[in-house]
Design a protein. Structure first.
Length: 319
C-alpha cells in the first residue's frame, strides 16, 4: 500500500465509521449485536486491544527485521507517543508533589472532563423502599446489574473495622437479595431506608479509596456506574487510535517488501504480518461501529473520537 492510499485510509476510515454508527443509533436496526459490555469479544479484544496492537508491532519488528533503522525508530516513536497520550487520557495523569517529593497518579483526562461537567460514580443500589433500584447501572442488562451488585457486596464485606448498624443492615439485605436473585425487598416500611443505605455505602467506599467516586477505573472496580456529566467515550478514543497506528504499521510492512532484498522466508513473514494488521483493522473497525451504534451520546462519541483522531493523525504523519 503506497503512502497516498495509506494516508487516505487513515484520514477517512474512522470518521466514516463514526458517522455511520451515529446514523444507525437513531434507527431501529440496533439489535444486531449484544449490548452486554462484558461480551467475550469486547472483553478479550477491545478491552485488551492495546495488548494485541503491541503484539503485532513487536512481531513485525522481530520477524521482519527491517534493515532501515530509521523506519524502526519511526514506528517506535509513534507507538510511544500514542501510548503516552492514551495513558494520560484513559489511565491517569502523573502528578509530582514537591512538598512530599514523590509521584502520584491522578484521575485521567476523560474522568476530569466527566467530573467537572457534573458527573459522579453512583453506588445507589437501593430505591427508597430498600429494593434494588431499576436505575442502578442505568439501562444496562439485568445480568450486568447483578454482577455489579455482587462486586460491590464483595468489597463491602472486606471492611475489617467495626461496621455501623446502617451499613451492616445494607450488606445483610444485599446478601438476601443476591441469594433469592430478586430485585424486590419485602417487609420494609421505612420510605427512607434505601437512601440511608446508599449514603452509607458511598461513605464507606470513599473511606476505602478517596477516588471511589472520581475515577472510572475505581468506579468499575467497586461495582458503581457513571451518572450525569459529559462522558467522553474511552472505547471510541482507544479504537480510533489503534486503527490509525495499525494502518501506519501496515504501510511499513508493504514498504519493507519493496525496498529490501529478502528471502522467501521473510516474504512469508511479511504476508503473515500484513494479514494480522488487516485482521486487527477489520476487528477494531467493527467494534468501533458497534460502540458508535449502541453507546454514548453523539457529543460524547465526538469527544472521544477527536481526542484520539487528531493526536494519532498528527503523530503518524509528522514523526
Amino acid at each position: 500500500m503506497d503512502r497516498d492510499k495509506c494516508m487516505k485510509l487513515m484520514k477517512w476510515l474512522t470518521p466514516l465509521i463514526v458517522i455511520i454508527g451515529n446514523v444507525l443509533q437513531y434507527t431501529e436496526r440496533t439489535q444486531w449485536y449484544s449490548r452486554d459490555k462484558d461480551h467475550w469479544l469486547n472483553v478479550i479484544f477491545v478491552k485488551r486491544g492495546w495488548f494485541w496492537t503491541t503484539l503485532v508491532i513487536i512481531m513485525n519488528e522481530l520477524f521482519i527485521i527491517r534493515r532501515n533503522r530509521g523506519n524502526r525508530t519511526r514506528i517506535i516513536r509513534q507507538y510511544l507517543l500514542i501510548l503516552g497520550w492514551l495513558f494520560i487520557f484513559t489511565e491517569g495523569i502523573p502528578i509530582y508533589h514537591f512538598d512530599e517529593k514523590k509521584w502520584t497518579l491522578g484521575a485521567p483526562l476523560m474522568d476530569l472532563v466527566f467530573t467537572y461537567s457534573g458527573g459522579t460514580c453512583s453506588y445507589d443500589v437501593f430505591n427508597e423502599h430498600g429494593s434494588i433500584d431499576e436505575l442502578f447501572h442505568g439501562t444496562e442488562l439485568t445480568e450486568r446489574r447483578w454482577r455489579s451488585i455482587r462486586r460491590l457486596h464483595e468489597w463491602l464485606t472486606r471492611l475489617t473495622k467495626p461496621q455501623s448498624s446502617i451499613i451492616s443492615t445494607a450488606i445483610s439485605n444485599m446478601e438476601r437479595l443476591l441469594k433469592i436473585n430478586t430485585e424486590s425487598s419485602v417487609g420494609l416500611e421505612d420510605d427512607t431506608i434505601g437512601n440511608e443505605w446508599n449514603n452509607a455505602i458511598t461513605t464507606e467506599l470513599k473511606k476505602l479509596d478517596e477516588m471511589a467516586t472520581e475515577s472510572s477505573a475505581k468506579c468499575r472496580q467497586f461495582g458503581g456506574y457513571w451518572q450525569g456529566g459529559h462522558d467522553p467515550s474511552g472505547h471510541v478514543f482507544l479504537l480510533t487510535s489503534m486503527i490509525i497506528l495499525i494502518i501506519s504499521e501496515l504501510h511499513q510492512t508493504h514498504m519493507y517488501g519493496k525496498n529490501q532484498d529478502v528471502s522467501k522466508r521473510w516474504l512469508l513473514w511479511q504476508r503473515v504480518a500484513r494479514a494480522m494488521c488487516w485482521l486487527l483493522i477489520i476487528m477494531w473497525s467493527f467494534q468501533l461501529l458497534v460502540t458508535c451504534t449502541l453507546y454514548h451520546t453523539p457529543l460524547e462519541k465526538a469527544a472521544g473520537f477527536l481526542s484520539g483522531y487528531i493526536v494519532a493523525i498528527y503523530v503518524t504523519r509528522l514523526t
